[in-house]
Design a binder for this molecule. Structure first.
Ligand code: AMP
Length: 302
């Protein structure tokens, strides 16, 4: 089943206590696509400038990622710079240059319009809606991400988009901010009234929580001794989650629980190295082995 994603394809400058890179391929849609492509075919919608490196394009093409929807335009790619604190839990954004992203009007190639699984990565909510409206028929599953910027500045627009979304995937502070509720379960109930029937709450090193009308399922973050760079962990989680569901062709409770595990597996690989480095050497067999490790990690008898 094909999976559509719209979001940023960027160059990032990253700094953490483990090192520094001046310019590396990043962007929410990039992390998502590279992770999801381990599970299924991905249709990528985004925009890049004329500084987009041919070897980065080749990397996407050689995976199961269709780049016909990756528009090229004169100008520079989206650029983001961030620095992490000692414990990697806090990050400051040093620079955000929208560049070609500023005038982005997503257009879906005809062959993308039949996509049954859709992920709207973190971009302006009106653009997310615009993409969704170009998909033919009713997709099997629509999930989206957002951030404090859109919650604060385009709240009405965001709420309009949420009406068409099945699963909202955001972090704990964004969940609280969107709902005005401190307790995450109460917050989820509040957000269900806005449209989504499920919430995936990402909690960094504390793992992630799926809350839907059936109940709650929690998955830990994989315990790592030396995480290097958390950039893209959330988007990688989303890629593993949606990629698995699209490949399984099911969204029942058992599939959603497994998707949570594959999300956490992919996020854990991403943080092991800077940028996309770990994902680019990753093998499918390592993903399966880590998923089995998760099963052991969470198994107990009563
Ligand atoms: P995450 O660590 O999951 O928040 O994702 C980090 C990625 O998102 C980086 O590779 C950035 O290029 C990209 N990014 C950062 N800020 C934005 C933004 N405002 N809109 C879209 N993408 C962004």
């Amino acid at each position: 089943m094909s999976l559509l994603v719209v979001g940023s394809v960027a160059y990032d400058a990253l700094e953490s206590p483990y090192g520094k890179v001046a310019r590396t391929l990043g962007g929410a849609a990039t992390y998502f696509s590279v992770c999801a492509a381990f599970f299924t075919h991905v249709n990528l919608v985004g925009i890049v400038g004329d500084d987009f490196d041919a070897k980065d394009e080749a990397m996407l093409r050689k995976r199961s990622i269709d780049v016909e929807g990756l528009e090229r335009t004169p100008g520079k790619c989206f650029f983001w710079a961030g620095r992490y604190s000692e414990n990697l839990n806090e990050r400051v954004t040093l620079t955000t240059e929208l560049n070609v992203f500023a005038d982005f009007k997503p257009r879906l190639p005809e062959k993308y319009r039949a996509s049954k699984y859709v992920f709207l990565a973190n971009i302006a909510p009106d653009l997310q809606r615009d993409v969704l409206h170009q998909v033919k028929g009713t997709p099997k599953l629509v999930a989206m991400d957002t951030m404090n910027y859109w919650i604060e500045r385009t709240n009405d627009d965001l709420r309009e988009t949420l009406k068409y979304v099945d699963i909202l995937m955001i972090n704990d502070s964004e969940t609280r901010q969107l709902s005005n509720e401190h307790n995450l379960l109460r917050a989820a109930r509040h957000i269900f009234k806005m449209g989504p029937s499920a919430l995936v709450i990402k909690r960094g090193e504390y793992g992630a929580m799926l809350v839907d009308k059936q109940g709650v399922f929690c998955v830990p973050a994989f315990p790592l001794e030396e995480p290097h760079d958390p950039t893209g962990a959330g988007d990688s989680f989303a890629g593993g989650f949606m990629g698995y569901l699209a490949s399984a062709g099911s969204t029942n409770d058992a599939a959603l629980r497994r998707a949570m595990v594959y999300g956490s597996v992919m996020g854990s690989f991403t943080v092991e190295r800077f940028g996309l480095d770990r994902l680019l050497t990753l093998k499918k067999s390592e993903i399966s082995a880590r998923a089995r490790h998760f099963a052991k990690l969470t198994q107990f008898k009563l």
